[in-house]
Design a protein around this ligand. Structure first.
Ligand SMILES: Nc1ncnc2c1ncn2[C@@H]1O[C@H](COP(=O)(O)OP(=O)(O)O)[C@@H](O)[C@H]1O
Ligand SMILES: Cc1ncsc1CCOP(=O)(O)O
Length: 273
């Protein structure tokens, strides 16, 4: 019996689970994101570890609660580490999240991402241009920033989710989440978010943290995006620009609770078509 499309999600309960478990999230992320992603994960209540040497990646993935792989600044040694870590996560039943940064930009990124998809990620999280290029398997997008609204990636996201058997999260002004059968729209956040580098990469880590101990990866992913959007919405209120926003955002994640979650526009759920 498939899980029914939810009409609401208890965001506070998902957030409380993360804070109570403080999941150990293993990240092979890009050089730009390492520090900010670790700080974001600490602020939400998780425990980050950036471990990228091939010699220890599989061993570490097996002891972590969840794994994220990010192709933002690739090199051959890291790609081998990603392959081995993903396989270890798969074999030990740990959730893992793929972030296909700028996947359409080069053949190296495309072949790496295609191989990682064979390791069956629990969730793929990217911006619209990345999800469109990942599903098409061809060139597309200009770099790490999206040139498409999330809505433009709805069909690609649904196809990708069905093909891989995973959840796909497309972020932007409005976020989309689908498992190929259900589709959610998450509103919130702030226009300064894409003006601060690596906030998308850091969100990938937050998604991984929310997957730990969750019964339904689709609901957990929606909850992660909604909590992130609520913190962004709150942080944007007093921000004067990307710098003060980035600081306020960490504080907002750390202090996030019911009133900020209640201030989000309602989540929307549909059956995917
Ligand atoms: N215009 C916007 N308004 C509000 N929130 C946004 C906007 N653009 C992006 N976000 C939020 O910023 C976060 C990172 O998303 P995004 O910028 O799409 O990732 P990436 O860095 O991978 O391109 C998400 O929480 C998303 O909802
Ligand atoms: C600027 C840059 N260059 C390679 S990876 C990276 C970070 C991209 O981070 P995000 O996509 O989350 O803004």
């Amino acid at each position: 019996m498939p899980t029914p499309t939810p009409s609401r999600i208890d965001l506070a309960a998902h957030l409380a689970r993360v804070r109570q478990r403080a999941p150990l999230v293993h990240n092979i992320t890009n050089l730009v994101a390492m520090n900010s992603m670790a700080n974001v994960l600490l602020a939400i209540g998780a425990s980050p570890a950036m471990v990228h040497a091939r010699e220890e990646a599989a061993e570490f993935a097996a002891i972590a609660d969840a794994l994220t792989l990010n192709i933002g600044t690739l090199s051959p040694h890291w790609v081998e580490a990603m392959d081995e870590a993903a396989e270890a996560a798969r074999l030990t039943g740990k959730p893992w999240v793929l972030d296909p940064v700028a996947v359409g930009a080069t053949a190296y990124r495309r072949t790496t991402a295609a191989r990682l998809l064979e390791r069956l990620p629990t969730v793929v999280r990217g911006n619209a241009s990345e999800i469109i290029a990942l599903e098409a398997g061809g060139p597309g997008g200009r770099g790490v920033d999206s040139s498409d609204p999330a809505e433009a990636a709805e069909q690609a996201a649904t196809r990708l989710a069905r093909r891989v058997g995973c959840v796909v999260a497309v972020t932007g002004e409005v976020d989309l989440v689908t498992d190929g059968r259900r589709l959610a729209r998450v509103r919130g956040g702030h226009p300064l978010m894409p003006r601060v580098t690596t906030l998308g990469c850091a969100l990938t880590g937050v998604v991984a943290a929310f997957l730990v101990g969750a019964e339904d990866p689709f609901e957990a992913t929606v909850a992660a995006l909604a909590c992130y959007g609520a913190a962004g919405q709150g942080a944007g209120q007093g921000a004067r620009g990307p710098g003060s926003f980035a600081v306020a955002f960490l504080d907002a994640l750390h202090t996030l609770e019911g009133d900020a979650l209640d201030a989000l526009p309602p989540l929307e759920f549909h059956d995917a078509t």
